[in-house]
Design a protein around this ligand. Structure first.
Ligand SMILES: Nc1ncnc2c1ncn2[C@@H]1O[C@H](COP(=O)(O)OP(=O)(O)O)[C@@H](O)[C@H]1O
Ligand SMILES: [Mg+2]
Length: 473
């Protein structure tokens, strides 16, 4: 719950941020560009208008010879007019940099050596202007048309405050537009994120309901394709977990049952001895023998269980060594021959070629021993068990065939299950725990091998094992 509420890391937050950035960045860029463009153009227009007026005025100044005699009424009134229109100041400078006329009447008669004037006399800066805060300054050369020589210069300073005011207004509007865009981005971002997050929220809720136990069935959120995919995967996982849980429960109950059976027998035997007085010596002996047998059984079950549990662990490791498999099989058969001889069952080994392979000696031996033992146990008297060994360039193959009882068709898929026995009482009689084949299969899978079984009831059974010659962890 807490994790789901972590807004800063949520999908919704990311969608909002992306939309806000997508809204702000372009609008800020566009606004800045529009304003800069407007400023340039407005100032250019203003400067060239002033320049035109000044050019006309300069012609008049030359005509009236105003630089030498500043009494011309026409020029004076024109100067006055211009300075009024543009809200600025006009200075006329003659060839000796002396100020002939100042519309502000401050500096008349002084010498003027400003950089603009000097550049103007040098013939530079013909089109340019200088900007000082809200003022623009241009210098216009005064030339007589006949003589191409400079007679003087006119320095015009005028305000561009209306342009600046317009720009400020534009800036304000820009900020407003950006604010509106951000607000819209947040609004649509919220709606969009709600739409996008909804399927996830639904699925999460369904999963929570399931884990809280309100619901026992599979979850189903058929509203969107994505949720169907997620819920399908989730349901598969849950089903698998249920199967695992069931098999675990079954295993535990099987274990308890199997461990209890010998205990119950022992209890019955012991009770009947305790309950009678003057029990004959032979009966005592017989019961004690039975009790010892039950203890052996109990012991065998526990040993087998421990072996299985050890192999089940993910970390279970094989102690691999490069071994002569022919020899290994021979020693297995040798060890089991006494048991087979008791029922006159012949053990035969067919080695088609010498085989060496990487195996864990103990685990491999126990796997094959189990198969051969089964072949003997579930056989008829005077039957046979035939073990064969063959190999190709990649694998070696061991088959264990017998002439025994065979396995009924409906049991064949289950014989590798823990504690599964076709005929419980018969298996018990001959000392089976039902764990042998489970151990065998675990061991062979650990060697990256496979085991298969073919059987026909009443005719016999063949187990075939295939294991890679070299072990790759
Ligand atoms: N060679 C075989 N012939 C007939 N039945 C077999 C053979 N091997 C195994 N089975 C059947 O499979 C069951 C499981 O075998 P296993 O796991 O070795 O248990 P156990 O031998 O302790 O009974 C046996 O109880 C038996 O019914
Ligand atoms: Mg067995």
């Amino acid at each position: 719950m807490k994790k789901r509420g972590n807004f800063l890391k949520s999908l919704r937050f990311r969608i909002l941020i992306i939309l806000i950035i997508l809204g702000i960045v372009p609008s800020v860029l566009v606004t800045a560009m529009v304003i800069a463009n407007y400023e340039d153009q407005a100032i250019d227009i203003r400067v060239s208008a002033v320049r035109n007026q000044c050019d006309i005025l300069c012609n008049l100044i030359i005509k009236e010879n105003y630089l030498n005699d500043s009494s011309s009424q026409a020029v004076n009134s024109k100067l006055e007019l211009l300075s009024n229109i543009y809200g600025g100041r006009l200075l006329l400078v003659d060839r000796d940099f002396r100020i002939v006329k100042d519309t502000y009447e401050i500096d008349a008669g002084k010498i003027m050596l400003s950089p603009e004037i000097i550049r103007c006399f040098k013939g530079e800066n013909d089109q340019g202007y200088t900007r000082k805060k809200q003022m623009l300054e241009i210098a216009v050369p005064i030339r007589s048309p006949e003589v191409q020589q400079l007679q003087g210069a006119m320095l015009v300073t005028f305000s561009c405050s209306e342009i600046m005011a317009t720009i400020r207004e534009l800036e304000q509007k820009g900020v407003m537009i950006i604010a509106i865009i951000v607000a819209l981005a947040i609004f649509f971002g919220y709606i969009l994120s709600t739409i996008l997050v909804k399927p996830f929220a639904r699925v999460t809720k369904s999963i929570e309901d399931l884990t809280d136990g309100y619901q026992t069935e599979n979850i189903s959120v058929p509203d969107y394709t994505e949720t169907v995919l997620i819920t399908d995967a989730f349901n598969k996982m849950v089903t698998r977990m249920r199967v695992l849980d069931e098999s675990r429960q079954e295993f535990v109950s099987n274990v308890s049952h199997e461990l209890k059976t010998p205990l119950t027998s022992m209890k019955v035997l012991a009770d009947s001895l305790v309950g009678q007085s003057g029990v004959p010596e032979e009966l005592y002996q017989e019961f004690m023998r039975d009790i010892t047998e039950e203890i052996d059984r109990e012991n065998k079950i526990i040993t087998d269980l421990l072996t299985l549990v050890k192999m089940d662990k993910k970390t279970a490791e094989l102690t691999i060594s490069h071994l002569d498999i022919n020899q290994l099989l021979e020693s297995i058969l040798k060890r089991l021959r006494p048991i087979a001889d008791k029922r006159s069952i012949s053990l035969i080994l067919d080695s088609f070629r010498p085989v060496e392979a990487d195996v864990d000696e103990i685990k491999f031996t126990s796997a094959i021993s189990n198969l051969v033992e089964n072949g003997i146990k579930y056989n008829v008297d005077e039957g046979w068990v035939r073990v064969s060994l063959d190999a190709d360039h990649k694998y070696f193959y061991v088959t264990v065939a017998d002439s025994g009882l065979g396995i009924p068709e409906d049991s064949i898929d289950r014989i590798f299950e823990r504690f599964y026995r076709v005929d419980k009482s018969h298996s018990r009689e001959i000392g089976g725990t039902g764990l042998g084949l489970a151990i065998t299969r675990s061991s062979i899978t650990m060697h990256h091998g496979v085991i298969k079984v073919f059987s026909k009831e009443g005719e016999g059974t063949t187990f075939s094992v295939r294991i890679p010659l070299s072990y790759i962890p």
